[in-house]
Design a protein around this ligand. Structure first.
Ligand code: GLU
Length: 430
């Protein structure tokens, strides 16, 4: 992961540079968009259940604040490194700009395997992290949220610690909180739901191109957008956490055929289709999805199944130079952050695979975080359907802008997304 984190940072920065040069931005402006404004690095000493102290390394990287307060999640992962957190903070600046939100980008991380901690240890670690960043965050400074392995409950400990230190309530300082603590209805499902809205908007656009796209995988040529959202299209989802599960569940409800899902321990493939809710019930009992009725597949095999749409919704760099040539999907919806390496992205785009970039595809999470922040600041709460409707309007608008740019400039969606975002960020920089 060490070198993978570096690679991820290098590709994010290289893409910003390449795009900014094409936009004829001067070198100093490019540096301002690339370099983080602040990088907080620290070691946290946490008392474990055995009474001994253990030291955990952590970061909060505040990348760019041209468009508003820094915004982004905090991940708990044993292999996270500074470069990865910085890359993810950079991608948050781009993502918030793509999503049209009044935010910059930031990200936090702690090197820890949360599965190896007891609940009390996890709470102490979360509180220690919140206490350490309290003086550099705030509802108009930096607004953290969940990311890989962090949950609404972890947010509740963090905001509680923050508010205790500050001595006042500030519900808009963290998002992704439990509803009982000022969280928004619909936040948990938001990333998956947003991904489905983006996919549906894309399918409407590429309807005319469908025969060409789908011939090779043997799907009957759909005639209308209606058909596209019916059982004619098959999907494989890698990752069965908050993002992958809700995407799979909602896509299944919308009529797509989910033929494979996986978690970190392996997956299940059933060409007749899977009901994600039933798979989740199985996972809750057995701890894993593998073993559910169908064929067992590894995570690696899932990526190369004959499907129309591949949805990597777990970790970064899973589609890489080793497996890119074996990918059969015609659309890749990047629901994880950075699931394709630069090399894989280039070779698959060249082959004509439509890649919906993470900064657009998974922006539903941060969009509903924004709606949570607005509600927290106003002290006024919307119903779940109001939240979902606003999400649909906002993410579809974000998609349209990227799509139009991509058509106008004849460039892939990822490049178009970076161009739109860099344009918005730099126009707010004086
Ligand atoms: N961690 C999520 C992301 O990468 C959500 C961030 C947020 O809600 O601030 O987009």
């Amino acid at each position: 992961m060490d070198s993978q984190g570096k690679k991820m940072l290098e590709s994010a920065q290289a893409l910003i540079r390449k795009t900014a040069e094409k936009m004829k931005l001067d070198d100093e402006m490019i540096k301002r968009v690339i370099e983080p404004e602040f990088a907080h690095e620290f070691a946290l000493a946490v008392t474990m259940d055995n009474g001994k102290r253990k030291v955990f390394k952590g970061w909060r990287i505040q990348h760019n604040s041209a468009l508003g307060p820094y915004k982004g999640g905090i991940r708990f992962h044993p292999e996270t490194v500074r470069e990865e957190v910085q890359a993810l903070a950079t991608l948050m600046s781009i993502k918030c700009a793509v999503a049209g939100l009044p935010y910059g980008g930031g990200k936090g991380g702690i090197v820890v395997d949360p599965k190896k901690l007891s609940k009390t240890e996890l709470e102490r670690l979360s509180r220690a992290f919140a206490a350490r960043i309290t003086h550099v965050i705030g509802e108009d400074i930096d607004v953290p949220a969940p990311d890989v392995n962090t949950t609404p409950e972890i947010m509740s400990w963090m905001i509680d610690e923050y508010q205790k230190i500050k001595g006042y309530k500030s519900p808009a300082t963290f998002t992704g909180k439990p509803v009982s603590m000022g969280g928004s209805l619909g936040r948990t499902e938001a990333t998956g739901r947003g991904g489905l809205f983006v996919l549906q908007a894309l399918l409407e656009k590429i309807e005319d191109l469908m025969p060409k796209f789908f011939d090779t995988v043997g799907t009957p040529n759909p005639k209308s957008a209606k058909n596209l959202t019916s059982s004619s299209l098959t999907i494989a989802v890698q990752g069965f956490g908050n993002v992958g599960y809700f995407f799979a569940k909602l896509a299944h409800e919308a009529g797509f055929k989910i033929i494979a899902v996986s978690d970190s321990r392996g997956g299940v493939y059933n060409k007749d289709g899977l009901d994600p809710v039933e798979v989740m019930t199985f996972k809750k009992k057995k701890g894993v999805v593998s073993g559910f009725s169908g064929k067992r597949v590894t995570n690696e095999e899932l990526l190369t199944l004959p499907v129309d749409i591949l949805v990597p919704a777990a970790l970064e760099n899973v589609v890489n130079e080793k497996n890119a040539s074996k990918i059969k999907a015609k659309i890749i919806l990047e629901m994880a952050n950075g699931p394709l390496t630069e090399e894989a992205y280039l070779s698959l785009s060249k082959k004509g695979v439509v890649i919906v970039p993470d900064v657009l595809a998974n922006s539903g999470g941060v969009t509903v975080s924004y709606l949570e922040w607005v509600q927290g600041k106003a002290g006024f709460w919307w119903s779940e359907s109001e939240v979902n409707q606003k999400l649909e309007t906002m993410i579809t608008r974000a998609f349209e802008a990227i799509w139009d740019k991509s058509v106008e400039k004849k460039m892939p969606l990822k490049q178009a997304a970076f161009e739109v975002a860099i344009g918005r960020i730099t126009s707010a920089m004086v």
